[in-house]
Design a protein around this ligand. Structure first.
Ligand code: TRP
Ligand code: ZN
Length: 877
């Protein structure tokens, strides 16, 4: 593959050098204008060592330098050098003040990094390296400075001017312009800087901290969306209380602001005191947002709030430490959601996400350790490995140290490192020191990529009354890491007897234990087991590993009915369904075999009306096509799709009357409590199975879906019906598509769903349909949510994206080429499914490589996309 290696120079973790100069203070003066914004900066430099240095490098990208002064004097041309990467000051003094004035162009900034103008607002996104697109600076997370910002803007289009911290002064400029000055008392890295200008309304509330301080809470949105902020506001208050109760952490400023925008590269950003959010994670009303959307808001609001301590007060030394804040903060938001909702259902969802995104990443060419060793473009490392696997590592530490031990560790971590830029090593050391324990072997988890495989072997001795369990581990090689060490794997376990009870595992009578598998192979013997037992292993998914536990279908079916660990109960059913689906892929086209063991497990769940309906719905859902594919040597795209469809219709048909009763019984008035949400989820699942059952019957269950679509008073029910109708391979849903669009055309988040559901429809003419979506008047290449709704959704429409003739890949590569000129971050992220080419048959492999080559040959390839292609297909062409 012909990628110029100048595009992908590597930055290595081992090359870290401390700053020669600190910047103690920065004062910015910004004149907002969509076309030409002027930014004046005053930086106080302070040398860290007595020895003089030859030069200081300041990062800067796309800046037009208008003026530069040192200690008030205009700088002569021979005392600095400017190029595409920034500005180098030659022979600097021990301390000095640097003043620069630059011009930038927010309206032309479609990359949405730095200062941009979108939807009539000025917004910033500085993580990871966006601040250098605003002014010349040492744009690295270990450079902590006190920020003051004065924003100037037109009163009519920018009545609201916001930045981090406290508003300390405001006033009028000449005709129609005004200004506001903001001061952030907490020194911070530039990636946490933010400013906003626009015509925004605020929903306001207050929160009283545990020490009795009042904090003003403000959520800024367009005036018409004021009524859709209450889920965000309530979630924020719950998160603030939870962090006080569980971690002893209180908010530290007098004001906490959140701004919502439709134009955003990711979910949200934790800028100090001024979070900026994708509106998807702020706005919700029952008519426009699904229960899943509400849940997403709760967790992302909490996530960004929790960063105030894990990320902001204690920040990163360098970007290789990214998981120090992201892994820890994801763990914190997962635990928050588990405490607010159902713990078991939360854990199942977390593991689903881990397996869907992180396991494949860890098994492919983009695999990297939670703490990477090298990168070309840091934006490519905001990955499932850094976030989700990082959270699993923190969860294992929590399991190993226990709740109290973990809290002692985080207390010490905050106490030691508040106000500092630190490393993952500092975190692990704080946990060790607070607990007088040694975590040396655990560190391997941070350094080693790849998902360990754990094999279990159990033997019951009816004479000796013992159960002997042997566990062994191995981790497959990953790019650049051929040899793997064993890691300490906490395996939470129980033994379950024929009555379905957990037996005593030791003389203390404990019925659950955490075994720590540290070596390649270890054996444990449990004595005084008078009856045969079945092992329930990796309860709660206590480690991010693949487990091979050779149980027969009987035992699995038994565990699916009796295991009191919700995760493992779910896992047993999933495993039965997975085996049925894998068997189905062997004989595509023949009638699906519906195994008894699976039938029994599903029947038990269907009959158990006392069970939490949300958990019941989890137990009744089949593994995704992705998950099935992951378990195969070669992913058989079409066979998997057919097998899954066939099993869905079998289950629908077999339990038809039960589904129909459930569908009717679960109807109820709309409410937002957990029980109502679970009931909706289960009811919509019943509807889905009913529609699938049509293939075996004379009925037309799409009539129920049509009726539900028309009569629904909330988006959860309406969208569930809409999706069934639009994605039905035979049903004509043109009228429904039109109706939906007409009703919701003024609601961008709802129209995103309209696009995505069509792009995911596995219909015969799907590719042509997606081509039409791209030229629809509501499609917009500059809005990442909209682009993801079509192109992101397209990549999970497996039979179409992976069409054997390569048409899906070729189409997709064309679109990514186009997007790369507009928004490289989003283009690179969307392109990653092409990296999985090794997992498909030869014909598809060829076509995927061809698509990668088409991308590699693009003129002006971004560093973001270049790195993804380079790593996806390193062997060259
Ligand atoms: N730090 C943010 C979070 O996880 C995410 C983030 C990183 C981000 N880079 C970004 C958001 C770029 C938007 C754009 O909470
Ligand atoms: Zn985060």
């Amino acid at each position: 593959m012909m990628i110029n290696s100048e595009n992908t120079p590597l930055i290595h973790r081992s090359d870290y050098q401390p700053l020669a100069y600190r910047i103690t203070e920065i004062a910015l003066d910004v004149h907002l204008d969509p076309e030409n914004t002027e930014v004046s900066a005053r930086l106080h430099f302070l040398r860290q060592n007595p020895e003089p240095v030859k030069e200081i490098h300041l990062d800067g990208e796309g800046l037009e330098l208008l003026e530069i002064r040192r200690d008030g004097q205009l700088l002569s041309e021979n005392s600095y050098v400017v190029n595409g990467a920034g500005l180098t000051l030659l022979n600097p003094e021990a301390d000095f003040v640097l003043e620069t004035r630059v011009r930038i162009h927010p309206a032309a900034n479609s990359a949405l990094s730095g200062l941009y103008h979108a939807g009539g607002q000025f917004l910033t996104q500085c993580e990871a390296e966006g601040f250098r697109r605003i002014t010349y600076y040492q744009d690295r997370p270990d450079c902590l400075a006190k920020f003051t910002v004065t924003l100037h803007g037109p009163k009519d289009t920018c009545p609201v001017l916001l930045a981090n911290g406290n508003c300390v002064a405001q006033g009028e400029d000449a005709q129609g312009f005004h200004w506001a000055r903001w001061e952030d008392p907490y020194p911070k890295p530039a990636y946490l800087f933010a400013m906003v200008g626009g015509d925004l309304a605020a929903m306001r509330d207050t929160f009283t901290t545990q020490s009795g301080r009042q904090v003003a809470l403000e959520i800024y949105v367009a005036e018409r969306d004021l009524g859709a902020c209450s889920q965000a506001m309530e979630s924020l208050k719950r998160a603030m209380r939870w962090d006080e109760e569980v971690y002893g952490r209180e908010y530290d400023l007098d004001r906490y602001m959140i701004v919502a925008t439709d134009s955003f590269n990711m979910g949200a950003m934790e800028n100090k005191g001024l979070n900026i959010f994708n509106s998807k994670y702020v706005l919700a009303s029952p008519e426009t947002a699904t229960d899943t959307d509400y849940q997403g808001i709760e967790s992302v609001i909490a996530h960004e709030y929790f960063h105030n301590w894990t990320g902001n007060r204690v920040t990163l030394r360098d970007w290789f430490q990214l998981s120090l804040k992201e892994g820890l903060t994801v763990f914190r938001d997962q635990e928050f959601s588990a405490d607010m909702n159902s713990r078991g259902v939360q854990r199942i969802g977390d593991v689903r996400r881990l397996r869907a995104a992180q396991f494949p990443e860890d098994a492919g060419p983009l695999a990297h350790p939670v703490r990477p060793d090298a990168y070309s473009e840091i934006n490519n490392f905001y990955t499932a490995t850094v976030y989700e696997k990082g959270a699993e590592l923190v969860r294992m530490l929590h399991t190993l140290l226990g709740k109290e031990g973990f809290r002692r560790g985080t207390d010490l971590y905050f106490e030691r490192h508040d106000g500092h830029a630190v490393t993952i090593e500092d975190f692990v050391e704080a946990l060790e020191d607070a607990n007088h324990t040694d975590l040396s072997r655990f560190r391997t988890w941070y350094a080693q990529a790849g998902t360990p495989l754990v094999k279990a072997q159990g033997v019951y001795d009816p004479k000796a009354h013992t159960y002997t369990l042997t566990l062994s581990q191995s981790t497959p090689a990953t790019p650049g890491q051929a040899h793997k060490e064993p890691v300490p794997i906490p395996v939470r376990m129980a033994l379950i007897n024929t009555q379905g009870e957990k037996t005593a595992l030791d003389s203390r009578g404990d019925r659950e234990k955490v075994l720590v598998l540290e070596e390649a192979t270890q054996t444990w013997t449990f004595t005084e087991q008078p009856d045969p037992v079945i092992p329930s292993l990796l309860r709660g998914f206590s480690a991010p590993v693949r487990l091979e536990n050779p149980l027969d279908d009987q035992s699995r079916s038994f565990l699916a009915c009796v295991d009191d660990d919700p995760f493992n109960r779910w896992e047993s059913t999933q495993e039965l369904a997975l085996q049925a689906l894998l068997a189905g892929t062997q004989n595509p086209g023949t009638v699906q075999h519906f195994p008894d063991a699976l039938e029994r497990a599903l029947a038990a769940t269907l009959q158990d009306g006392a069970m939490d309906p949300a958990f019941r719905a989890e137990l009744l859902s089949l593994p995704s096509e992705d998950y099935v594919g992951e378990q195969m040597a070669v992913i058989a795209v079409d066979a998997i799709h057919q097998a899954r469809d066939a099993l869905l219709s079998q289950i629908g048909h077999h339990f038809h009357d039960t589904w129909l009763n459930l569908y009717h019984d679960l109807a109820g008035a709309y409410a937002r409590d957990g029980l109502s949400i679970g009931r909706r989820r289960l009811r919509n699942m019943a509807l889905s199975y009913l529609v699938y059952s049509d293939r075996h019957r004379e009925d037309d269950m799409t009539l129920h879906a049509r009726q539900q679509y028309v009569q629904a008073d909330n988006m959860t029910d309406r969208l569930a019906a809409f999706q069934l109708l639009v994605q039905h391979p035979l049903h004509d849903a043109e009228d429904i598509l039109m109706d939906f669009y007409q009703k919701w055309q003024d609601y961008p988040l709802v129209i995103d769903k309209w696009f995505a559901i069509q792009a995911m429809a596995p219909r015969a003419d799907a590719l042509r349909h997606v081509q039409h979506l791209l030229v629809h008047s509501a499609f917009d290449w500059k809005v990442p949510n909209r682009v993801r709704a079509v192109l992101g959704a397209f990549t999970v429409n497996h039979t179409v994206f992976h069409a054997a003739d390569g048409s899906g890949y070729a189409f997709f590569a064309e679109q990514i080429r186009r997007l790369d000129d507009i928004n490289p971050q989003t283009a690179a992220r969307l392109a990653t499914p092409l990296s999985r080419w090794q997992r498909y048959d030869e014909v598809r492999q060829k076509a995927m490589i061809q698509a990668l080559q088409l991308l590699a040959a693009k003129p002006h390839l971004s560093r973001d996309l270049a790195e993804v292609i380079q790593r996806a297909y390193p062997s060259g062409a």
